[in-house]
Write a protein that binds this ligand. Structure first.
Ligand code: TXA
Ligand code: MG
Length: 334
């Protein structure tokens, strides 16, 4: 890291300890951070995002040693998960310590904790030396930012300190898992898969939360999320009569044909997918990893191009494809 960037991080770390907001990069998406021990600081996050007060925040720490500062009990299962996947895109939900600002947990008795691996995030958290509450750095309901420009565009003047760490490597939010002795419940799919969690906890029962359970244990998942302004229509190639069939031709009646955003796997070109009479922006992905990395940026680009409808292909439900499908279903309103 260059000296200038280290200095910037130090200034941002000091701002955090004094109760100010800081936008910082992580390997998943950009975060909007505040001192998790200060109710006044955490309140600013809800204000800046326009976030519903019942949607709890993830607390970010630099090192597993800090777990006991934020969690009342740290189950063995949590240590095992952090040992396997941290620093990295994993969030573990545990009973909350009493010293955290109450807004962090939004009325729950638990706290979500994560140790990000991005070098800028890591440096910021270790210099600040406090746990940092941080949701994604966007206005509530908008797609999560994967570049600092996207975050600036979404939050504007509401925040004055933005740390630039380049485009995020993963692009979708962390896997969220609630742990209890002998049990792990997956609340949000991410880059760390259910199979990986099961492999790290061979003696625990690992389940993916069904919608109802998810609503109860993770209130955030009931709010509108991950939405571009355009309507999103999903295209499932495994359901199509033939793989090459254009999704644009299969639109339901009554959809305006003004301007389309189209996301498909490589192997197609725009001329094959979209008749020349229709205006469209096309994006192609080579892998689910690339799809995850680009998804939110493509959504924002489509909105900027004035697309009124986005037709997005569902990737296969393998690896990070599970997380991409989850975000696409939410964007489409399912
Ligand atoms: O990758 C990420 O996790 C990013 C980066 C910035 O770390 N953060 C992020 O935060 O996505 P946010 O606020 O957009 O999403 C937090 C998710 C929500 O679904 C929320 O309901 C859930 O975590 N959550 C937070 N605290 C919880 C708790 N105590 N119990 C259950 N779910 C919780
Ligand atoms: Mg978010």
């Amino acid at each position: 890291m260059k000296d200038a960037q280290l200095r910037e991080i130090e200034i941002a770390a000091r701002a955090l300890t004094r109760g100010r907001l800081v936008v910082f990069p992580t390997e998943t998406v950009y975060g909007l951070g505040a001192n998790a021990l200060s109710p006044a600081a955490v309140e600013k996050i809800y204000q800046a995002k326009g976030r519903p007060a019942d949607n709890p925040l993830i607390v970010h720490i630099a090192h597993p040693d800090q777990l006991k500062d934020v969690a009342r009990v740290v189950f063995e299962e949590a240590y095992a998960l952090f040992a396997s996947f941290s620093p990295g895109p994993l969030t573990v939900v545990l009973p909350a310590a009493p010293n955290l600002a109450p807004q962090v947990s939004a009325g729950l008795a638990t706290v979500a904790v994560r140790i990000p691996s991005h070098p800028v995030a890591h440096r910021l958290l270790s210099v600040a030396g406090i746990p940092v509450a941080a949701p994604s750095a966007n206005r509530s309901g908008e797609p999560s930012p994967t570049t600092v420009e996207m975050s600036r565009q979404s939050l504007g003047e509401r925040v004055s300190i933005f740390l630039d760490g380049g485009p995020c490597q993963i692009g979708v939010e962390s896997t969220v898992v609630l742990v209890e002795p002998g049990r792990a419940l997956l609340l949000r799919p991410g880059a760390i898969t259910a199979d990986q969690i099961q492999a790290a906890l061979p003696n625990a029962v690992v389940t993916a939360a069904e919608t109802e359970q998810r609503l109860k244990s993770s209130p955030g998942t009931r709010h509108r999320h991950y939405r571009p302004a355009a309507r999103v229509i999903l295209f499932d190639p495994s359901q199509a009569d033939e793989a090459a069939e254009s999704p644009v031709f299969r639109l339901p009646e009554g959809v305006s044909r003004e301007r389309f955003g189209v996301i498909r796997s490589v192997g197609f070109n725009q001329a094959q997918l979209v008749p020349s009479t229709i205006e469209a922006e096309c994006r192609f992905f080579r892998s689910s990893e690339e799809y995850a990395r680009e998804l939110y940026r493509w959504f924002v680009e489509f909105d900027a191009y004035g697309c009124t409808t986005i037709v997005a292909e569902l990737p296969r439900p393998l690896g990070i494809g599970v997380a991409v499908r989850d975000r696409l279903f939410r964007a489409a309103g399912d």
